[in-house]
Design a protein around this ligand. Structure first.
Ligand code: COA
Length: 156
């Protein structure tokens, strides 16, 4: 498989993003965002959508981030199921870290469902658990799931 390219995304990418989102997130956990949630946040100051694709193909992964002053938050990250475990998630995470630092952020954070396998990827990138939000995610069939807050501080 060729290496993915990661680029800035916009409203025109939302069809592909929602396709990846719906395939990537299991509805039972309540982590998935709707198209209108994505469209609503995109125009906000400091928000950036990043798109991973192979050549000229449709998106195979994406991240959504927000930077405010010296803080950056990874709001979403997802890779299409058929493209996983090939380093694309890690490349998107590194891209988030690089862009956050370039934008002047020193404190990086994200929320992730307790038990999500992605936690291993975040730990490997230097994020550590800083807190827990009880029953933060509300799943499709009534289940509630805790979120962990993970943080990474970048030395200046
Ligand atoms: C999390 C996610 C983005 C990872 O994407 P990916 O392209 O498969 O990630 P990578 O191939 O770069 O994996 C990097 C490392 O993360 C860890 N990892 C990723 N997925 C894993 C899994 N299902 N089980 C265990 N470890 C996993 C591994 O350590 C992996 O390294 P390795 O393959 O060398 O062992 C992808 O699984 C996904 O879209 N999940 C659903 C959406 C989601 O839960 N997003 C995170 C919360 S917002």
């Amino acid at each position: 498989m060729p290496a993915p390219t990661i680029r800035h995304g916009g409203v025109g990418d939302l069809d592909g993003v929602i396709e990846v989102m719906n395939a990537a997130f299991d509805a039972q956990f309540g982590e998935r965002w709707t198209r209108s949630q994505c469209a609503g946040i995109l125009p906000m100051s400091g928000v950036e959508l990043r798109i991973a694709s192979l050549g000229a193909s449709a998106p195979i992964g994406f991240s959504l981030m927000r930077t405010v002053a010296d803080e950056a938050e990874l709001l979403l990250i997802a890779v299409a199921p058929e493209a996983r475990r090939r380093g694309i998630g890690q490349a998107l995470l590194e891209d988030f870290i690089d862009r956050a630092i370039a934008d002047g952020a020193r404190h990086l954070h994200l929320e992730v469902r307790d038990g999500n396998p992605a936690i291993r990827m975040y730990h490997a990138a230097g994020f550590a658990v800083a807190g827990r939000r009880h029953e933060y995610y509300h799943g499709a069939n009534g289940g509630h799931h805790d979120a962990l807050t993970l943080r990474k501080t970048v030395e200046s």
